[in-house]
Design a binder for this molecule. Structure first.
Ligand code: PA5
Length: 374
């Protein structure tokens, strides 16, 4: 169970109201998801993962933002063993980056999992076209269709329409779950299964958290709110495990897109220690005092644990409020719990500052400008 080293003053009536609002929100489907998982869909995802493991040395995962970061975070953190290597494409518009991914796949057998809820996002659409051509050149039109797995909306969007017309295997991003809350849907589950993540354990951890993480998530949200009110407007997520770098990226997206609107919200940043003690460490110790630090404290070896203690003491003495979130295990179960904890804490935090946790109007602004330029 997740444990905190702090407690905050909470308003029980307000918490009840906020949790009720999240549960009733048309985008609140992730709240009960781990307890009400669609087992039919799960069996289909497992079957697809098995086929990909049998016929592909590479799975090219095409997606961006919430359709990308969550599964990469877990795969990179746990480094599970698998015959099939997952490579990523469509998370930028850099032709160089696309070239690197194409080179890595080379002449190996591969399949594509194209993931886009809207089915219209430019970055994955472009990468998908390029990899689809490669697939067709290698296997011909018919076999290429058998090697494309589309995770998208149930009934609309360009990707949905193409997938239906071409007969790709399709998985659904539920209507009531937005991108950055979707890692425990087919969006994350298919790539994670292919990569060898024990997804049953991940869902088990998340399901337990539906009960056990509510209290700590609410405490943490109220603490963030209190710190923000005291002008601590920057949160530094700190981990002492280098392989959790992408988990930090997932956190930044989750909090940044959920809270950063109407000129409000805490700015999420991240560090990996002890690496970053030799770069941002100086700023943290002696720079502006507008930041607080949230340590994600995994079980670790003695030496690393001493660094955790040293940082906690030095930064507290340096005037940084240090919050400690201790995670019971560095495995699928621990990460399942952590995902749910942060999703809930983030939604409650956004509600406390009075913004909608589930939209991202600011992202649309850049998309509209780019469309004009293209
Ligand atoms: O959290 C979100 O909604 C966004 O980050 C989306 O996941 C991201 O923009 C990608 O969108 P889509 O899945 O529609 O391609």
């Amino acid at each position: 169970m997740i444990k905190l080293n702090f407690s905050s003053e909470i308003d029980a009536e307000e918490v009840k109201r906020i949790l009720g609002e999240i549960a009733r929100d048309p985008m609140g489907g992730w709240l009960e998801l781990p307890r009400r998982y669609d087992m039919g869909e799960f069996a289909r995802i497992k079957e697809a993962a098995k086929k990909i493991n049998e016929d592909s040395e590479y799975l090219v995962c095409v997606g961006i933002g919430g359709s990308y970061l969550g599964h990469r975070a877990i795969i990179e953190a746990l480094r599970p063993k698998s015959e099939t290597k997952v490579v990523y494409a469509g998370n930028s518009l850099s032709a160089r980056e696309l070239e690197y991914a194409l080179d890595e796949v080379g002449d190996h057998d591969f399949s594509i999992n194209v993931i886009s809820k809207s089915g219209t996002t430019l970055e994955p659409a472009r990468a998908f076209e390029v990899f689809k051509q490669k697939l067709i050149e290698k296997y011909g039109e018919e076999e290429a269709r058998n090697r494309i797995y589309a995770t998208t909306d149930a009934s609309k969007g360009t990707l949905h329409d193409e997938a239906e017309a071409s007969g790709y295997t399709r998985f659904v991003v539920p209507d009531n779950i937005g991108g950055r809350y979707s890692v425990l849907t087919a969006v994350g589950l298919l790539p994670m299964l292919v990569a060898g993540v024990d997804v049953d354990k991940l869902l088990e951890g998340a399901a337990e958290a539906v009960e056990t993480a509510v209290e700590p998530a609410v405490q943490y949200a109220y603490m963030r709110y209190a710190l923000d009110a005291k002008k601590y407007d920057t949160e530094v997520f700190a981990s002492f495990e280098p392989s959790t770098m992408y988990f930090n990226e997932w956190l930044k997206q989750l909090f940044g897109e959920s809270e950063g609107k109407d000129r409000r919200g805490i700015l999420p940043c991240s560090v990996i220690y002890s690496t970053d003690l030799h770069s941002l460490g100086q700023y943290l110790q002696d720079g502006r005092r507008n930041l607080f630090e949230t340590i994600i404290d995994f079980p670790t070896d003695d030496m690393n644990a001493k660094v955790v203690s040293a940082v906690r003491i030095a930064h507290t003495e340096g005037g940084i409020p240090v919050l400690n979130i201790s995670v019971p295990s560095f495995d699928e179960k621990g990460f399942g719990e952590l995902i749910y904890f942060f999703e809930l804490a983030c939604a409650v935090s956004a509600k406390l500052i009075g913004v909608n946790p589930f939209d991202q109007p600011g992202v649309e602004a850049y998309k509209a400008e780019l469309k004009k330029l293209l």
